[in-house]
Design a protein around this ligand. Structure first.
Ligand code: NDP
Length: 329
């Protein structure tokens, strides 16, 4: 038997989440069984714990899009009992049972061996949010960003992706400008390494100007909406924005083609879910070296399985700061 957060759907279509004891025979198919140690909380988890957001296909469902733990049993030669592994993406926690459980059974192809120097707890403090932040920073670097190029903007800075992006960019020597709608997070963001805080309102007005002063050398954007429309017009010549999320809307409001054709600005799409294994290994190895562990520790909010229904509702309302780490045991 093992403990899991199970979401059930009533006949009238309402979902209900609670901790239950399940028999191991109920685990879904996969080559590797993992004794999960930690999971975490992302926006998608909020949807899957609650109404489903169109992501969950079958009920009862065990959410949790990320987990880290130790291999218990493997039918795949790449993994052996005792190996420490991390999983993010591949629609685990959405179409497959996820990490809000003491056990998970998954395809071997979905796992990544945990790099030396990273604990399972630290890996979940990183989670999909931090992994995506690292992919965004790598994309900016691959398109030429170097320390000294100028200020780098991070939007949704007090959220999961934004917090980790701020800490990594600052550690790499960039001047990070953190955009937040929560002024009370200023000291948290400065501790992560932000050199300056920019109130959200300064970037949310939609303007008709085709271009604004060249200000930013790079940007990790979790927000989109009107903010991304403004930021594109403020990018320096031949710089890039890594587009990660849509916390502020799925449309890029007020965007024009001018930044792309007059300033050679790049808009780089970042996907973490179906990312090939080679990129995953590169990103997790960079996380182990380039994310300051003391800063990561400062982002952690500890939780247990029973806390998740309330936390899921909170993240959907933008009320979660930093990274929730769920001890599933
Ligand atoms: P969080 O909820 O932790 O953070 C989002 C942050 O965005 C909030 O903390 C807030 O930051 C800001 N924000 C929220 N609402 C608004 C708004 N209306 N206008 C402007 N800013 C707003 O989420 P995550 O960091 O986990 O994820 C961020 C985004 O990235 C989400 O859209 C998520 O779906 C997406 N994502 C995409 C991935 C990919 O593979 N591409 C992977 C992971 C996440 P503040 O309070 O500082 O203003």
């Amino acid at each position: 038997m093992f403990k899991a957060l199970v979401v059930e759907k009533d006949e009238d279509g309402k979902t209900r989440a609670g901790v239950q004891e399940l028999d191991e025979s109920r685990l879904l198919q996969g080559e590797v069984t993992v004794a999960v140690e930690y999971s975490t909380l992302n926006y998608k988890d909020g949807l899957c714990i609650g109404p489903g957001g169109g992501l969950v296909r079958n009920y009862p469902h065990v959410p949790g899009i990320d987990f880290a733990g130790v291999v218990e049993d493997s039918a795949d030669p790449r993994y052996a009992p005792g190996d420490r592994v991390v999983l993010t993406g591949w629609r685990v926690g959405e179409s497959h049972w996820g990490g809000y459980a003491q056990k998970a059974r998954v395809a071997a192809d979905w796992l990544v061996p945990l790099p030396e120097g990273l604990t399972t707890r630290a890996a979940m403090a990183v989670g999909t949010a931090g992994f995506t932040a690292m992919l965004a920073v790598m994309a900016l670097e691959d398109h030429g960003l170097k320390p000294g190029d100028g200020p780098v903007l991070v939007t949704g800075a007090a959220g999961g992706v934004g917090s980790v992006a701020t800490a990594i960019l600052a550690k790499l020597g960039h001047e990070v400008v953190a955009v937040t709608g929560r002024p009370e997070t200023e000291s948290y963001l400065r501790d992560l390494g932000a050199a300056r805080i920019l109130p959200r309102e300064e970037l949310t007005e939609v303007t008709k100007k085709p271009l604004e002063s060249e200000t930013w050398a790079g940007c990790v954007d979790s927000v989109a909406g009107a903010m991304l429309g403004r930021i594109l017009k403020q990018m320096k010549y031949r710089t890039s924005v890594a587009a990660v999320g849509l916390a502020g809307g799925a449309v890029i409001e007020g965007a024009l083609i001018t930044p792309f054709i007059l300033r050679g600005v790049n808009l780089l799409g970042i996907d973490s879910v179906l990312r090939p294994q080679q990129d995953r290994l590169r990103a997790w190895n960079r996380i182990a070296t380039d994310l300051p562990m003391d800063k990561l520790e400062a982002m952690i909010r500890p939780a247990v399985l029973a806390d998740l229904p309330a936390l899921g509702a909170d993240i959907l309302k933008g009320r979660v700061q930093g990274r929730v780490v769920v001890d599933v045991n």
